[in-house]
Design a binder for this molecule. Sequence first.
Ligand code: SAM
Ligand code: SF4
Ligand code: SF4
Length: 340
Amino acid sequence: MQNFLQDIFYRPLRDLRISVIDRCNFRCTYCMPDKEDSRQYSFLKPGEWLSFEEIIRLTKLFVDCGVTKIRLTGGEPLLRPNLVELVGKLREIPGIKDLALTTNGFLLTQYARALKEAGLDRITVSLDALDARLFRQMNGGKGNLQKNLEGIAVCEGLDFDTIKINVVLQKGVNDGQVLDMVSYFKGKKAVLRFIEYMDVGNCNHWERRYVVPSREVVDLISARFPLRPLAAKEFGEVAARYEFVDGGGEVGFISSVTRPFCGTCTRGRISADGKLYTCLFASEGVDLRAPLRAGANEAELSALIKNVWQNRTDRYSELRTKIRSNPEPAHKVEMFQIGG
Ligand code: SAM
Ligand code: SF4
Ligand code: SF4
């Protein structure tokens, strides 16, 4: 029996993003920049990750609380051993209407078909440039543009409900790529989504001057390929969608900085070590792994989840300017720890 939970601002819990690993084979400058000095990131050990059994148990409880959409993320989720098996297990849970995954694309040619066959509905691939040098520069010299494009092409040959291409734009870095990317993807099955660079975590040393407001990107694209806005398909839709007037498909814009959408935020997030976060910009999560491993039963775990959501007050993006004016910057969880 599903319970429909609401937080303090009457926002339901509908989406759950599950980070399956905090490690990554890329070092994107806006997420996990390669450190200049010898200090390394400290990643979780495999024994600290939630096991597949623990993920399945928690997911069932979240579905009972109203979640219908699951997204697997990371770090790089395709680095988690046997991920395809997890997708198959999640697919068997009644009540999940949408099962998606976000990947940096490096291992996609290897896994796309198996993921689809295991029951994945939708896939999102990150791709910040079509210029091979810039692409590599933005992912810390780790990626290979050709491999990503081949991975996307493989996905287009499979029957995914949607394929989205996430592009994080940074002023003076890859904003010159917008029209090339639109020309390349227009009319293809894969749909571009331009994302405003966000101040998630602390390690990217975000500055507002590097944000490219989505309005500017809409205007730039529209001048060459006229666009018209599309109505949201559902409550809590993150991207503002536009369609090409000439019928060349659509394009989305995620504008967390210039047009915050906290009012309809229905997303909970679980880190790879089982902490529940109720906002991308949170400092702390609530540990679900400790009670799981201490033998808590379903009712106890469920009560914990409900209590967290019912007391949720997060609206960071709406309060960004005020929060950031605090001289003591808050410690925030990193993007690679909880996924996008
Ligand atoms: N590694 C996978 C990938 O890159 O697709 C999944 C995890 S990644 C953290 C999820 C998404 O967050 C990616 O599309 C990435 O581009 C985006 N992202 C990471 N840091 C960001 C930032 N500071 N601002 C906006 N988007 C960001
Ligand atoms: Fe890795 Fe994704 Fe972060 Fe890039 S954005 S460093 S691919 S987790
Ligand atoms: Fe949701 Fe937090 Fe983003 Fe607002 S800032 S939309 S509450 S994740």
